[in-house]
Design a protein around this ligand. Structure first.
Ligand SMILES: Nc1ncnc2c1ncn2[C@@H]1O[C@H](COP(=O)(O)OP(=O)(O)OP(=O)(O)O)[C@@H](O)[C@H]1O
Length: 272
């Protein structure tokens, strides 16, 4: 292990962290003055964890994901992704990114959309085909490869965009409110599928949501955030088992975690 890596990981538990943020700050300079999007953020995300970020609009959830993805530069503090800087991690294709809207190219088929990053990365045609088939299977869209995005429902399009993010087999999946625009029944189904996929692939997932039940149902760890300045107010480790049928949402254990999240949100909320 290099000196830098060993000094960045003082505790044995932290050495397994794939994302480590230490006293991270990000201030945007705007015409209306500085906006403190992230303030003193400290967080470890362990390998294989499912971490949800929840909090009111403007608390810095998206900004934090964008810092991990090297799309924003912190003003101060440190962050490492798979033991690398975000820039190194981006170049090493350490993560896949799923956006709120499916963001599929309408002129490409579903298969064509999934293959696009693989083409850019120079995979052989055979490898592209094999990977596309595998990820379509994972998101239960086998048989839809030749369809165009507009021929699929919103939920299916979002599954296709998850398949695209999975295609180059990154260890980390960054998901920014991927199911926010979908109705509840579809969302329930996608939540179940995502948990299954997480279980099968062992990926580390960072997931932004506004929904308390969604955060509690999916996560091993729930990060509660608050705005002005954007900061973490509470980190809740979920005691729920890994195996989670949808009706776990009616159990006292589930409702207890949901209550803790709600209290955390309330404590950090100002009503001005
Ligand atoms: N490029 C930017 N320039 C200036 N201010 C920005 C920029 N990006 C984000 N902000 C501001 O930083 C704060 C945090 O924004 P961010 O999008 O991370 O919040 P969020 O918690 O994801 O909100 P939402 O739930 O609405 O998506 C907000 O006040 C936002 O207006």
């Amino acid at each position: 292990m290099s000196q830098a890596a060993s000094s960045a990981t003082p505790a044995a538990a932290a050495s397994r962290a794939v994302i480590e943020a230490r006293d991270l700050n990000l201030t945007f300079q705007t015409n209306d003055g500085p906006v403190h999007a992230l303030s003193n953020v400290d967080l470890d995300v362990g390998k294989g964890e499912f971490v949800s970020f929840i909090g009111p609009s403007g608390c810095g959830k998206t900004t934090f994901l964008r810092v991990i993805a090297d799309l924003e530069q912190p003003s101060s503090g440190a962050i490492s992704v798979n033991g690398m800087t975000p820039q190194e991690a981006r170049l090493a294709r350490a993560y896949g990114y799923v956006f709120q809207a499916a963001a599929l190219y309408p002129w490409r088929t579903i298969g064509g959309n999934i293959r696009l990053p693989l083409e850019i990365m120079g995979f052989s045609r055979a490898e592209q085909a094999a990977r596309t088939a595998r990820v379509l299977e994972l998101v239960e869209l086998a048989g839809f490869e030749k369809k165009f995005p507009w021929q699929l429902s919103g939920g299916m399009q979002q599954r296709a965009s998850i398949a695209r993010a999975l295609a180059f087999d990154a260890d980390i999946l960054l998901m920014d409110e991927p199911f926010g625009a979908l109705d509840e029944i579809v969302r329930d189904h996608l939540n179940e599928q995502l948990l299954k996929l997480w279980d099968e692939t062992g990926k580390t997932i960072c997931f932004v949501t506004h929904s308390i039940p969604e955060a509690v149902y999916l996560s091993t760890k729930i990060v509660v955030m608050s705005p002005r300045p954007g900061r973490i107010t509470e980190i809740i480790d979920s005691p729920l088992p890994r195996e989670r049928p949808l009706d776990i949402r009616e159990t006292p254990e589930f409702l207890d975690v949901a209550h803790r999240v709600r209290e955390g949100l309330r404590a950090g909320h100002s009503y001005d």
